[in-house]
Design a protein around this ligand. Structure first.
Ligand code: PMP
Length: 362
C-alpha cells in the first residue's frame, strides 16, 4: 500500500484507514449480492438495512435520546441554512443567530433571505476569535429558534458549553465537531452536520431532530425542502446518497470501537493538547489565533511572524507529506484540522516537524 499522507484537510478530510480498507474489501461484491452497494436499488432490503443501521447506530452513540430521529438529506450543511428558516420561521417570527464567525454568518444571511433573522449575540468585535459569553446570548422574544455554530471551522473556535435556550428550540450546526465529544442531545431541537469532516465522505448531511418539532412543516414550501417529507419517508423520499450513507455507517462502527463518544473525546483532547502545548511553548514563534477559552479541539488555527514565513512553512511541510495546513483563504494563517480520524501519530509528527522548522530558522 502506498504511504498515507499526514492529512490535516478541513473537509473533506481524513477518514479512518480501517474504514477505507473495509470498504475496499467489500467494494465490488457487497454482502454477496454480486454488486457494489452503489449499484443496487435503494428500495432493496440490503440498502435499507444499512440505512436503518446507520440511523440506529448514530442514536445509540448519542445515548438513545427519546423522541429524536435521524434524517439523511443532500445539499450539504448549506442547504440546512435555508431549510431551517423555511420550515420553522412563521409570519411575525425570526430565527435568532449567535454570530461566532464565517459559518454562523452564512447561516444568518440565508435566514434573512427566507424569513427573518436576528443576532442573539456576536463576537465580531473580537474578530470572531472567541465564543460570546453565554450570559450575553439573548434570543428575540419572537424567536422560532436559537441557532448556534458549535465549532467555527475557519476561525478555530468552539463552544466549551452550550447556551440554555429555555423553551426556545436550540439548533446547532455541528458540521465540524459532531461526535467529537460527549454532549446531551436533549438540549437541542435540531442538530445538523455535513458528513465530510467527522462522519464520512461528502454527499450526505445528517440531521438529528426532535420529532415533535417537525411533525408538520409549512405546506407552501417545496416538498423536497420540507423536514416532514424526509421524516415520513424515512429519508427515502428520493434516491439517497447510498454510498455516503454506507460509509457513515462504517465510520460510526469505528467510533464505537474507539470507545464511543467518551473514548473519542479523550483521544481528541489529548491530540489538541499536544498541538496547542507545542504552539504555546514555542516562545512566540507560533501563535494560537483563537482565545484560550474558545479554542477548538478540531481546527487548530495559528500564525507565524510573517506571511512569508507561513508560506515557507506550508511549502516545507508539504515536502514532508503534511497536507492541508494552509489557513482558509478568507483569514490566512495556518490551520491543522484534527478531526476524529486524524491519528495521534500525525499530530506527533506535525509537532516534531514544527520544532524542526523552528530550529532551521534559528
Ligand atoms: N458549517 C460549517 C461549520 C462548516 O465547516 C461547513 C463546511 N466547511 C459548512 C457549514 C458548509 O457545509 P457544506 O459544504 O456541506 O454545505
Amino acid at each position: 500500500m502506498s504511504k498515507r499522507a499526514y492529512n490535516f484537510n478541513a473537509g473533506p478530510a481524513a477518514l479512518p484507514l480501517t474504514v477505507l480498507e473495509r470498504a475496499q474489501a467489500e467494494f465490488v461484491d457487497f454482502r454477496e449480492s454480486g454488486m457494489s452497494i452503489m449499484e443496487m436499488s435503494h428500495r432493496g432490503a440490503i440498502y435499507e438495512s444499512v440505512h436503518n443501521e446507520a440511523q440506529e447506530r448514530l442514536l445509540s452513540l448519542l445515548g438513545n435520546p427519546q423522541g429524536y430521529k435521524v434524517l439523511f438529506i443532500q445539499g450539504g450543511a448549506s442547504t440546512q441554512f435555508a431549510m431551517i428558516p423555511m420550515n420553522f420561521v412563521s409570519e411575525g417570527q425570526v430565527g435568532s443567530y449567535v454570530m461566532t464567525g464565517s459559518w454562523a454568518e452564512k447561516a444568518f444571511k440565508e435566514a434573512k433571505l427566507v424569513g427573518g433573522a436576528h443576532a442573539a449575540a456576536s463576537s465580531e468585535d473580537k474578530k470572531f476569535l472567541a465564543i460570546p459569553e453565554l450570559s450575553s446570548i439573548k434570543a428575540a422574544d419572537n424567536a422560532a429558534y436559537l441557532h448556534i455554530t458549535s465549532n467555527e471551522t475557519i476561525e478555530g473556535t468552539q463552544y466549551a458549553e452550550y447556551p440554555d435556550s429555555g423553551s426556545i428550540p436550540l439548533i446547532a450546526d455541528m458540521s465540524s465537531d459532531i461526535l467529537s465529544r460527549s454532549f446531551d442531545v436533549n438540549q437541542f431541537g435540531l442538530i445538523y452536520a455535513g458528513a465530510q469532516k467527522n462522519l464520512g465522505p461528502s454527499g450526505v448531511t445528517v440531521v438529528i431532530v426532535k420529532e415533535e418539532l417537525i411533525a408538520k412543516s409549512p405546506s407552501n414550501i417545496p416538498t423536497i425542502l420540507r423536514y416532514d417529507t424526509h421524516l415520513k419517508n424515512n429519508s427515502l423520499y428520493n434516491t439517497p446518497p447510498s454510498f455516503s450513507v454506507y460509509m457513515v455507517n462504517e465510520v460510526l462502527k469505528w467510533i464505537e470501537e474507539q470507545g464511543g463518544l467518551a473514548g473519542i473525546e479523550a483521544k481528541n483532547r489529548d491530540k489538541a493538547a499536544l498541538l496547542y502545548n507545542h504552539i504555546d511553548g514555542s516562545g512566540g514563534f507560533y501563535r494560537g489565533v483563537a482565545e484560550a477559552g474558545s479554542r477548538s479541539i478540531m481546527n487548530v488555527t495559528f500564525r507565524m511572524q510573517s506571511e512569508e514565513l507561513e508560506k515557507q512553512f506550508v511549502k516545507a511541510a508539504e515536502q514532508e507529506g503534511f497536507v492541508g495546513l494552509k489557513g482558509h483563504r478568507s483569514v490566512g494563517g495556518l490551520r491543522a484540522s484534527i478531526y476524529n480520524a486524524v491519528p495521534h501519530e500525525s499530530i506527533k509528527a506535525l509537532s516534531d516537524f514544527m520544532k524542526h522548522f523552528q530550529q532551521t530558522q534559528g
